[in-house]
Design a protein around this ligand. Structure first.
Ligand code: GDP
Length: 336
């Protein structure tokens, strides 16, 4: 495009003074796959990194229809009423798998998106969930530098994205429907084990009784799990985005969690571990990208795969030969 782009300095200054338009453009920059943008994006992150980390990072997940966007509207408004600035980012795994979108199809969080205290950014696109997760995490850091106090990362309760979100947030919140049955909701024990809190949604009208029953059941289920490293026992609440019941309780739960884990040292320890894990994962991603760049390897890969498929070569031998070929490709590219 012929549109002159902001310099890294201009991006950084704009973000640090909380300019929403520049924040949005900066997220577009880090999402870009163009080499020049990626290099500028990396410089920008370097410039703002010391201004990140002060926000509470909340992951929210649940199956489509559980009421995520309605909940985030109500919860977000509550948070803003507490004089906090709120950013909502989404990871939508469906767009990678089906090229369609579960989260993006409808107009979501219409009220919240008009609120000057809120910044809402829909899903980044990308070829791999891993790549998208990195971008969402970096977008989160930009939002922190722009002065947002509460960051919500929303994802759909299907597939792999929960693990990515869990690994970038302080508090992981699972939304559940009453009476739909665990099976129907595709809830696996693994997802419950990741949760720091659970909210039974739509606890209004005729549904209140079911919601309260489900609350007792899930409370019991959590008590059967072994104590988490955080030393925190997940709470189970009910809420209604329509009546507002329980919305403030969710905020109180998260505040309590933060106080509890800050006092024990877990809060900081968890963030350190997360940073180290992202570094390792980022490096693996760079390695994979680098492999792809050496096009001479594509043929070798195909030949080795064929030999392995025909039982002419062991998988281990093929992998070792491929690594050798990769090293040689690196040496050759240095000599050029
Ligand atoms: P999402 O797919 O998880 O984002 O779910 P939505 O927020 O779009 O909500 C799905 C449906 O549930 C919509 O028709 C909402 O109106 C309804 N819903 C959401 N929250 C509540 C609630 O608190 N009470 C009731 N009764 N319905 C709700």
């Amino acid at each position: 495009s012929l549109r002159p782009r902001l310099t890294v300095d201009q991006f950084a200054e704009g973000i640090l003074r909380g300019d929403r338009v520049i924040l949005g453009q900066a997220i577009t920059l880090i999402e870009s796959t163009r080499a020049a943008d990626q290099s500028a994006g990396a410089q920008l992150l370097e410039r703002i990194i010391s201004k990140t980390g002060h926000a509470i990072r909340i992951g929210i997940t649940g199956v489509p229809g559980v009421g995520k966007s309605t909940f985030i509207e109500a919860f977000g408004k509550y948070v803003i009423d507490q004089q906090k600035k709120l950013a909502v980012l989404t990871i939508d795994p469906s767009s990678q798998i089906t090229k369609g979108s579960i989260l993006g199809d409808k107009t979501r969080m219409e009220e919240l998106s008009k609120n000057p205290g809120a910044f809402i950014r829909p899903t980044a696109s990308g070829n791999t969930l891993g790549g998208v997760a990195h971008k969402t995490r970096e977008a989160m850091l930009l939002c922190e530098a722009a002065g947002y106090d509460v960051i919500i990362i929303e994802t759909v309760g299907v597939g792999q994205s929960e693990v990515s979100v869990k690994n970038m947030v302080d508090f992981f919140l699972l939304l559940m429907l009453a009476g739909a049955g665990d099976e129907l909701q595709g809830i696996k024990k693994g997802i419950m084990e990741m949760a720091d809190g659970m909210v039974i949604t739509k606890a209004d009208g005729d549904n209140i009784k079911h919601a309260t029953e489900a609350q007792a059941e899930y409370k019991h289920a959590f008590h059967l799990f072994s104590v988490a490293e955080s030393g925190w026992t997940p709470q189970v609440l009910t809420s209604s985005a329509h009546t507002g019941q329980g919305i403030g309780d969710v905020w109180n739960m998260i505040t309590k969690y933060k106080a509890h884990t800050t006092a024990s040292g877990y809060f900081d320890k968890n963030r350190s571990h997360q940073n180290i894990a992202w570094f390792q994962e980022y490096f693996e991603q760079l390695l994979k990208d680098d492999l792809q760049k050496h096009t001479s390897l594509h043929d070798i890969n195909r030949k080795l795969a064929k030999a392995v498929g025909n039982h002419e070569l062991s998988s281990r031998q093929a992998a070792l030969q491929y690594l050798e070929a990769y090293h040689e490709a690196i040496r050759n590219s240095r000599e050029l």
